[in-house]
Ligand binder design. Sequence first.
Ligand code: DLL
Length: 430
Amino acid sequence: MGREEMRALQSERLRKTVRTCYEKVPFYKRKMDELGVKPEDIQTVDDVIKLPFTTKYDLRDEYPYGLQAVPMSEVKRIHASSGTTGKPVVGTYTQNDLDMWAECVARVLAVGDVGPGDVVQVSYGYGLFTGGLGAHDGAAKLGAVQLPTSAGNSEKQIMLMQDMGTTAICCTPSYGLHLAEVIEKNKVPAENLKLRVGFFGAEPWTWGIRRELEAKLHIKAIDIYGLTEMCGPGVGGECQYQDGTHLWEDFFLPEIVNPDTLEPVAPGEVGELVITSLCKEAMPILRYRTRDLTSLNYEPCKCGRTAVRMGKVLGRSDDMLIIRGVNVFPSQIETVLTEFPAFTPQYFITVDRKGNEDTFDLDVELREEFFSPNPGKQMPFIKPLYDRLVSLTGIKPNIHILPPNTIQRSTGKAKHVNDKRDFRNWMEGK
Ligand code: DLL
């Protein structure tokens, strides 16, 4: 769809969404009244900046159904993700919402030519998490075979992958890496695997991880993006050119704002992604602050899709680490680590404070063939990694080399950081 046509469609859908929010969701009526905005003030997508933001804290405060715009009799599914504290963030869906979601995921899977005869192994967790059922319904929409293995039990996953002839896999990139390691460890012959493509998301990942996944699993690794508040996976996905994540703008209106001032940033600049849903019925959502730091590129894509492309998620405006005054994203560490082939891409960061000084400890693993418990033999590996990290981030890490397979592997979203200082309160007050 051409940009002008898209704008017209978005504007029409935005008007409808805003009216519904105002009339059906007391929370939005209150917020809009506070800002002195009426539904008729919103005529085109340019007016979106007049609308109030929605945050994770609002969702928590309105838990569980405060933002719902339809009666329970129209709700067909409930999903949830972990919230900032205690209570989860809840998403509810009408049948149309579920259909729209499946369409969104199907658009991404279609990039890998997924269709009838394909066996799609869904190794995202099934349950309240949107990954499992989201990928499942997307595969179903394309008429592919759904293999709902869920996450975990890796040996069995790999047995099924061979026996069932899995051609496409959906899981977190960290779990994909773990499966690749198990395949390697079990010396599974390449000809036993029919894998062609993988759809990885739910956590930030880098080009280094992509190269590793593609080389080890002999696949094309496609990025799929999404969040529970919008539907789940499939808010967007990469095309075959792997040069940005196309966001499905007919369903979601994206903006990038400066996370401090909340003002729009210049086109192409990095800031926080804010999304307004354009078709959601059960829980329409206005200007949701995703906390994901990224940029938008409206240049036409080689693939012919006109949908805007989002850059790789660089981190979250709330998981950014500030170590000795320097902003550090775990993804930066990952990028550096994957430049050094002697190391596995596994890492764990511990940040603490001793006296007035922040401490930064980084656990990494050397691959089997390079590992030695003798510190003297580790030094030649530590030094270049250390130098590279210092030159990139400006802070000096204490690097600890661990034997292969010691850092805790994850079946879902990997946990890479233990920040013992707890800046959360400080960040919230900012
Ligand atoms: O993680 C939905 C999902 C499932 C997406 C499976 C893709 C695949 P939540 O649990 O609500 O939903 O977490 C949403 O995860 O705001 C991002 O910070 C992060 N995230 C999701 N996909 C990506 C991605 C699901 N491709 C939060 N790259 C989002 C980077 C991602 N971060």
